[in-house]
Design a protein. Structure first.
Length: 132
């Protein structure tokens, strides 16, 4: 399972601050045997071009970041507030629970989508993939 989590780095955009948070979360979650994909969304614009080939503008909020995540089923954030979990899912939860992969074309390219679809379909063959 891959979970995208927003790390709290105290406003620091340094790679070192992000790595410290990643290490802390990973050590807490390690006994659960869940694979995490932890990113400080405030610094994604610093490495995005090198990884995906084009620049993006910095996110101005976590909701802005989630709105641009590559698929509708993965565009979900959860945070704790007042001892309750608060879910932000701009495309709803139907695709996630229905195992449907649908592109969120806000930011990704068709090539990126097809790479993700290939990787995920090999891991979860029962996925329903909506073509680009």
């Amino acid at each position: 399972m891959v979970i995208r989590q927003i790390s709290e780095t105290g406003g620091h955009l340094s790679l070192e601050a992000e790595k410290a948070v990643i290490q802390r979360i990973t050590s807490v979650m390690n006994p659960c045997e869940i694979r995490l994909d932890i990113k400080n969304q405030a610094r994604v614009h610093l490495w995005y071009k090198e990884h995906f080939g084009y620049d993006i503008i910095p996110y101005n909020s976590i909701e802005n970041a989630i709105n641009s995540w590559p698929t509708t089923a993965t565009s979900i954030g959860v945070r704790m507030g007042n001892n309750k979990l608060k879910v932000y899912a701009p495309f709803g939860l139907n695709d996630l629970f229905g195992m449907i992969v649908r592109a969120n074309k806000t930011q990704i390219t068709e090539e990126i989508y097809l790479q993700k679809v290939k990787k995920w379909s090999e891991r979860w063959p029962s996925l329903t993939v909506i073509p680009w």
